[in-house]
Ligand binder design. Structure first.
Ligand SMILES: [Fe+2]
Length: 256
C-alpha cells in the first residue's frame, strides 16, 4: 500500500512537529501496511513555502532515521501545491516538486471554500504541458460539494483525484463520507491518500478505508486504487475507469 499524501516530514508545516513524532508516524504507517509514502508538505498556500531542494534534503535525512530505527518505509519527496495564479511560473522556475520522477503528476490543493474560476483554465494549461494535476481531497472542497458536475467536468478534462481515507470512513462527518462514496461510485476517485498530519488530529485511516472499499465496491476497485497510487509516484498511466456524472440525490418532497 502506498500513501501519496502525508505531512509526516518533521517540522516543516502543520504536520509532524519533530523527528520523534515523525518516526512514530512512520511506525504507524508500517502498521497500516504502508510500504512507501510521498511526503507532501504544503507549498505556496499563503502560509508555507517548502522549496524542492529543502524537501529533498529533509526527506533523505528522514529516510536515514527511518532506516536506523528499522522501520520498513520508503519515503519520497513531494509537495502539496496550493493552486495560485503563479503556479505555471513556479513550474518554469523549478520550484515545484512533482509526485513522480517524470514530472507528470502534481498534488494540487484547491482552497477549501471554493473552486477558483481560473482553475479550469489552469487545468487546460497543465494538460497542454503534459501534466496531470491530482486534485487532493475534492470531497472536502465546498465548490465540489455544492456542484458535483464540476468535479465530473474536471476529471473528464484530465484531472485525477486523491480522496482522503479518513473522509471515506466518516472522520469529517456523514456528508463528506456520503460525497466520497458518490465520487467513488462514479469513478471520479483515482486513489486514496491519508493526509496524515500528526497523532492529535488527522491521522492514518488507510487500512480501514481499503477494508470499506472492498466491502462496498469490491476487490477490483481496491486493486485499481492501489495500482493508481503506485502509478502516480512512478509516473505511469493511471486507470481512472469509466467516469460518469454523480447521480442527483432524490429530493425530500417536504410533505410533512
Ligand atoms: Fe494535506
Amino acid at each position: 500500500m502506498i500513501d501519496i499524501h502525508c505531512h509526516i516530514l518533521p517540522g516543516v508545516d502543520d504536520g509532524s512537529p519533530d523527528m520523534d513524532t515523525s518516526l512514530k508516524l512512520a511506525k504507524e504507517a508500517e502498521k497500516q501496511g504502508i510500504t512507501a509514502a510521498l511526503l507532501t508538505p504544503h507549498h505556496m498556500d499563503g502560509k508555507y513555502i517548502n522549496h524542492p531542494k529543502d524537501v529533498k534534503k529533509e526527506t533523505l535525512e528522514f529516510q536515514k532515521q527511518i532506516d536506523v530505527h528499522g522501520i520498513n518505509l520508503k519515503v519520497f519527496p513531494g509537495q502539496e501545491v496550493h493552486i495560485t495564479g503563479d503556479l505555471l511560473k513556479a513550474i518554469d522556475d523549478g520550484d515545484i516538486l512533482f509526485a513522480d520522477p517524470y514530472s507528470r503528476y502534481i498534488m494540487l490543493e484547491l482552497p477549501h471554500t471554493e473552486v477558483p474560476e481560473y482553475a479550469e483554465n489552469m487545468l487546460f494549461e497543465l494538460n497542454a504541458r503534459g501534466i496531470t494535476p491530482v486534485i487532493v481531497h475534492p470531497e472536502r472542497n465546498r465548490g465540489f460539494q455544492d456542484d458535483h458536475d464540476l468535479l465530473y467536468k474536471f476529471v473528464a478534462q484530465g484531472a485525477a483525484t486523491q480522496l482522503t481515507a479518513s473522509s471515506y470512513v466518516g472522520v469529517f462527518g456523514p456528508e463528506v463520507e456520503k460525497f466520497t462514496e458518490e465520487i467513488i461510485a462514479s469513478n471520479l476517485g483515482t486513489t486514496f491518500g491519508s493526509d496524515t498530519h500528526n497523532f492529535k488530529g488527522r491521522r492514518y485511516r488507510m487500512k480501514d478505508a481499503y477494508i470499506k472499499l472492498e466491502k462496498q465496491f469490491g476487490i477490483r476497485t481496491v486493486t485499481r486504487y492501489k495500482y493508481n497510487a503506485k502509478a502516480i509516484i512512478n509516473g505511469d498511466d493511471i486507470n481512472q475507469g469509466n467516469i460518469i456524472p454523480i447521480k442527483k440525490r432524490k429530493k425530500f418532497l417536504g410533505l410533512f
